[in-house]
Each structure stands twice: as structure tokens, then as C-alpha cells.
Design a protein around this ligand. Sequence first.
Ligand code: HMG
Ligand code: MG
Length: 306
Amino acid sequence: MNYPQSVKIVEVGPRDGLQNEKVAVDVATKVELINQLAEAGLSYIEAGSFVSPKWVPQMAGSDQVFAQLSTQLSEHSNTVYAALAPNLRGLERAMECGVKEVAVFAAASESFSQKNINCSIAESIERFKPLAEQALANDIRLRGYISCVVGCPYEGSVSTETVARIAKQLLAMGCYEISLGDTIGVGTPASIEKLLSRLLEEIPAEKLAVHLHDTYGQALANVLIALQMGISVIDSSVAGLGGCPYAKLANGGAASGNLATEDLVYMLNGLGIEHGVDLKKLIAAGNFISQKLQRANGSKVGIALQ
Ligand code: HMG
Ligand code: MG
């Protein structure tokens, strides 16, 4: 079986994780978590989100988080601290904080696009274009997410052709990479393989990442398939935190967190794939935030090696 020699882990816990928490997390705790993650060797950390605070109050403190991180940049000069931006206002806030990399987020389902960012898919693409132009003109790197790549909480299954179309639109506007979001974690190795096979017909593996929520316990198996298909950028979340507040399940519950970074690192260790992360320090960071949130650690490896 072929595997990439090394993998880049995109740690989304401080953003995707904390955006969905009911317990309010203060700025100092967020900064402490981010610092512990950087200290553990994570070189790419999504540290916040410049969305409307009316929509996601949990991310309202992102400006202060980045202000504090910028004073520590020299300590972790190889770490990228990225943020979500849904519109020009978000990009402007990011630039005011000195953020060097932002991510826009589209969806492959109309209903989810409406619920999450209050516009159609086509409108979101039009909204991102001036953001992309301004970001690139200011040397800010742009990542693109697509949510609901295999299933939508409101519409059910999603067409791979729609995902392919949106991925090409995001690449055309200047995104260097597309992160494929299984927002509600319904994908299985079969549906992820089908999706990636279609996308790889037109998009090189180097431009694709996977972002797999673990609601149905499929995330690690799905990552294995993605690795076998040449994908070498994997999003994950410390302690398996998070989810999208606008991804409600049919039973009224919410989609659970991303694949836990600890579980990913353990599997990569077993496969002999390089990643640069110190598992012990990562587990300590997962325990730190789980205690602050007063919840059980969502990583099996985090619990097993406690
Ligand atoms: P809207 O209500 O249609 O837009 O929201 P609006 O322009 O009318 O703005 C509403 C208010 O928000 C206004 O304030 C704006 O100024 C303000 P008011 O005049 O009422 O006082 N506003 C902002 N404030 C600060 N920063 C901004 C900003 N923009 C507007 N950037 C909007 C449209 C896109 C803003 C809204 O729907 C929004 O913020 N949505 C974000 C939802 C979100 O963050 N979801 C979670 C992230 S996506 C995710 O988790 C999936 C992912 O992980 C991948 C996966 O798992 O699939 C990425
Ligand atoms: Mg997500």
C-alpha cells in the first residue's frame, strides 16, 4: 500500500472545536491552548474565526486571541495561525490582526449554505471573489473549505459533481488548497473513495485536504483511505472537540467533533508517516482544554495514554 512520507496536520480545535462549545471559553484559555498546541509541534493552527459575533458568539474574542498571539510569534516562528473569514469584513478584521492566512467556507448543499452563511452557494462564491482578490493582493494565503461533501443534515446525500464544481471555483479564485468537509461525519471509506476518485480526475492530490467529523466513528477509516489516495493534508481537532453550530442532525443533536488529533497522530506513528507532533505534549493540551470545558476527553488515545 502506498502512503505519503509525511503529513501536514491542520489543527482546527481552537476554531472548529471551540466555536461549538456551550461553556464560554475566555481569551486567556484559548491562547494557552494554542500555545500548548504549537509547543507540541503543530505547525498549522486555525486559531479563530472572523465571522459575525451574532452568528457565532464563541468566536467573538478572535481579535484579542490574535493580538496576543502576534506578540509571541517569534517563539513559534514556524507556526501558521489561520482564521476563517466569511466576507470582506472578516478579511479586514483578520488583516487588522496581522493574520497571514485565512479560509473561506462554501458548502456543497444549498440548504446548509443558507443556514450557515445566509446565502446561496452561487452568492457565496461571488462574495468570496473580492475577498480573495484583496487577500492575495496583500500576500495573505487563502484556503477554501467545502462543507457537506458527502452528506447534508438538511438534504441528505450530496452530488460529487457539485463538490467538483465548487472546488474548481475556489481554486480559480486563488485558494491554494481545498479542505473537503464531511461536516456531519456521515461518510464511509466507500463514499470518501468515490468523492476523491472524482476530484482527483481534475485536481492534483497536493491541492486537497480532508476535514472529517467523527459523528459516526468513521473519521479514522476515512483518513486511511484518503492517505492511500495520496492526500497528505489532514484536518483534526485536539481532544476531538467541536462541530458546526449550524449542522444539526435529524434527531435534534449536533454533529460531533472532528477526528481527534491524538488519534490521528497515533495512527500516523503506526504507519511510520512523519508529522512533527509530540504525542505526549499533544495529549497534555487535550487534557488541559477538556478540563477547562468540564467534559470527557473526546480522544480515545488521549484517554488510553492518560
Ligand atoms: P448576515 O446576517 O446575512 O449578514 O450574515 P449581514 O452582512 O447582514 O451582517 C449581519 C451582522 O453581522 C451585521 O451587524 C454585520 O455588521 C455583522 P449589525 O449591522 O446587525 O450590527 N457582520 C460581521 N461582524 C463581524 N465580522 C464579520 C461580519 N460580517 C457581518 N465578518 C454572515 C452573514 C456570513 C456574516 C453570517 O452568516 C456568519 O457570520 N456566518 C458564520 C457561520 C459560521 O461561522 N459557521 C461555522 C464555521 S463553518 C464550519 O464550521 C464548517 C467547517 O468546519 C468545515 C466543515 O466541517 O464542513 C469550516
Ligand atoms: Mg468542521
